[in-house]
Ligand binder design. Structure first.
Ligand SMILES: Cc1cc2nc3c(=O)[nH]c(=O)nc-3n(C[C@H](O)[C@H](O)[C@H](O)COP(=O)(O)OP(=O)(O)OC[C@H]3O[C@@H](n4cnc5c(N)ncnc54)[C@H](O)[C@@H]3O)c2cc1C
Length: 431
């Protein structure tokens, strides 16, 4: 797997993971591959409906992106952008797809409250800075459209007022999205795992699923702990998909991305960086996201800067350059943690869930999966149970295998580099 083992900020200070060592059951109703948000939320719903469920993870529970992400939640919009979505699907469908993002936020907020999961959920809003004047104008148009058509609460912040949002003059103004916020991702993962276990699901980790035989009424899973018969199988491996989860793997392209923590910082420094303690993002093709940690003592920065099979030290240098472009005042601040993880891109930039090649699956969150995976995992379980309220606007989008899949990671890497060059050119051209 293309990731480097490093120091993950979220693993420090969070509760211990539950004891998931043990032998897999010989037979279950549903076997789920992958113990992240997708797999565990599906497991919880299925177990509460009385199904026997076993969730397998090749590593520890929550080993994948669900314990490594930025914890930034929100409607997620869409990688195609609004005009791209309208061009691809027409305006009505674009509206329906974007509304799903708001539904997913509502679902997360209600879920965390109903399940009493202590994960530092705070809907503090997100300030998205525009790197150029043209991008600011585009953000304004988008902001109006989103407010009018899907009811997304958002408002513009002109350049002259942006110091009220961010301790930086780098941007040409920006937009605040009020329905965005943050969680402590590892706490959310462990809370979800605890509820799934209480509901009767079994989590077996570390235990890799090495092959899936289909054909008869029941499927046979080969695992490193022995064989398991299951009536249904769910693939919830997202960016960690490989040939062992082939049906999902041929539909997504895993990409490495990373994050680092800067701190500890003084209360004055924290207030300077983000006066309102918001989540942060920016316009552009290859962008950086950043946020204060829930304890208000450090800042986390992430993105595809320097990611891609390089040493943590090389990645730290790339992060430092990207961070100092926005916050020159952090040129000497200590970087305490650097880590990376895998996300899953899809050919149409949309997430998907459903039944394909005889197997249930959900994934392809394109890097915005904290809110979506919880939502899609639950929708998938509802669909499997034949329950009402299993539909989403994404159902009508076909989940096609990625063309030239074996070359796709190389192609995606080249595309990111090309996008970075275009971003740099636009930055150099601004006055
Ligand atoms: C650095 C980083 C920052 C991110 N920041 C954000 C953010 O701020 N906001 C946001 O919305 N999204 C973010 N994301 C994306 C988000 O974290 C993911 O979309 C989401 O966690 C996916 O959850 P999942 O359960 O589908 O997959 P994962 O959590 O990745 O879980 C997949 C699991 O499958 C297991 N697995 C794989 N193969 C097998 C096998 N054969 N047998 C058994 N187990 C197997 C893996 O070990 C892994 O634990 C970020 C991702 C990364 C990497």
């Amino acid at each position: 797997m293309a990731f480097t083992a490093e120091r993950i900020y979220w693993h420090e200070g969070a509760d211990r993971a539950p004891d998931t060592a043990g032998r897999p059951p010989a037979k279950v109703d549903v076997a789920i591959v992958g113990a992240g948000y997708t797999g565990l939320s599906a497991a919880l719903h299925l177990a509460r409906a009385g199904r026997s469920v076993a969730v397998f993870d090749a590593e520890a529970v929550g080993f994948g992106a669900s314990s490594r992400n930025g914890g930034m939640i929100g409607p997620g919009l869409h990688k195609l952008g609004i005009s791209g979505l309208i061009n691809a699907y027409g305006e009505d469908r674009a509206v329906a797809l974007l509304r799903e993002g708001l539904n997913a936020v509502d679902h997360l907020v209600q879920f965390v409250a109903a399940e009493n999961i202590a994960c530092d959920l705070a809907l503090v809003g997100r300030f998205r800075g525009a790197r150029t004047d043209t991008q600011y104008d585009a953000l304004l148009r988008e902001c109006d459209w989103l407010r009018d058509r899907i009811g997304l609460p958002s408002y513009p912040v002109p350049r002259a007022e942006q110091r009220s949002e961010i301790g930086s003059d780098f941007y040409r103004g920006g937009v605040v999205y009020e329905r965005d916020g943050g969680v402590h991702p590892r706490k959310m993962l462990l809370g979800l795992a605890a509820r799934a276990l209480e509901a009767g699901a079994q989590i077996v980790a570390p235990c890799a699923v090495t092959g899936i035989e289909q054909g008869g009424a029941r499927k046979l899973l080969h695992t490193t702990g022995g064989k398991v018969e299951a009536r249904e199988v769910v693939l919830a491996t997202n960016g960690y998909s490989d040939r062992r989860s082939a049906a999902l793997n041929r539909r997504v392209v895993p990409l490495e991305t990373g994050a680092c923590t800067v701190g500890p910082l003084s209360p004055e420094q924290m207030a300077d960086l983000s006066p309102k303690g918001r989540m942060h993002g920016e316009s552009g093709r290859v962008f950086m996201w950043y946020r204060p940690t829930p304890d208000g003592r450090s800042f986390i920065f992430g993105g595809r800067f320097g990611a891609g099979n390089v040493s943590p030290a090389a990645r730290e240098r790339a992060y430092r350059r990207a961070i100092c472009r926005v916050y020159p005042q952090l040129s000497d601040a200590p970087i305490s943690h650097v880590w990376s993880g895998l996300i899953a891109m899809t050919a149409d930039h949309s997430p998907h869930f459903g039944h394909f090649d005889g197997i249930w699956m959900a994934g392809g969150y394109n890097g915005s999966g904290v809110t979506r995976s919880l939502y899609f995992g639950t929708k998938l379980a509802r669909r499997m149970l034949g329950e009402a309220d299993a539909e989403t606007a994404f159902d009508s989008l076909p989940f096609k295998p990625v063309p030239l899949r074996t070359l796709a990671p190389w192609g995606a890497g080249m595309l990111v580099r090309w996008y970075q060059m275009q971003d740099d050119r636009e930055l150099r051209a601004r006055q």
